[in-house]
Write a protein that binds this ligand. Sequence first.
Ligand code: CDT
Length: 305
Amino acid sequence: MSREIVIAAAQMGPNQRADSRRKIVQRMIALMEKAARCGAQLVVYPELALTTFFPRWYIKDTSEIDSFFETEMPGADTAPLFTRARELGITFSFGFAEKTEQAGGVHHFNTSVLVDKNSNIILRYRKIHIPGHSQYESWRPFQHLEKFYFKPGTEPFSTARLFDAEFSLAICNDRRWPETYREMALRGAEIALIGYNTPMHYAPMPSHDHLQSFHNHLCMQAGAYQNGLWVIGVAKAGLEEGCQLLGQTCIIAPTGEIAAQASSTDDEVILALCDIDRVKEIRENVFNFKHHRRPEMYPLLSRTS
Ligand code: CDT
């Protein structure tokens, strides 16, 4: 039986700080409805889809910080997204800032979930590679304080089964690390869903600003090909609170080829008919891990110190 899935990448234009959750969720629903009209079975949204990319600011007031975090999913503001998805029979994935109580402590994570068509969260991933810095740095035109707001997730990449295929989640900076895709593939993942918020300006090395687009596709196309994965890379894009965010949302085949790409930096749906069995073209041939991989020759890869 064919394992073809119509996957939609729902790129989002900017979320300004004054935009209410309700307004943002309405935009997400409009994107979902458009994707459903085009036959999508799965809709993938970006990292921190529900808010502006607040790590660009150093905020001291804890109640203001809290306003960017979700304490339940779905909560009152996000329930309409889950309800509409259920009505449409759509599965979806999106990122958000998560505040949770565990083992008596409060934790803040940069989180992504995969939701089935009955509104069950079947996979939850908390970002492992937290980029940026942990303290205010006055020399920057804007901050990248992810290390101040978020703790790294403590669980490795994992997978969930949907449409007879293995899905895995990663978030933004994870996509730059080759280990992300290899760990997913070794766990049997066939499709990686990766939302991102990438400023065009990289303050520590501004001479690389013009390479943002190149590096974005370079790492995801390489990750797809070298591991035989479909990769769905979804941006929050455009001019958000004066900060230009990269677009270039794309759907990448296991050959590394871009099957579909956004052509704006605004709310935009792109789709591809993803034949999951194409994973085999790579995994049973050039990157057949069992036959050709030499883990005993890479001992440093799993060393922790
Ligand atoms: N959101 C996120 O992880 N953004 C980073 C920005 C560069 S590192 C400061 C990224 O890897 O795209």
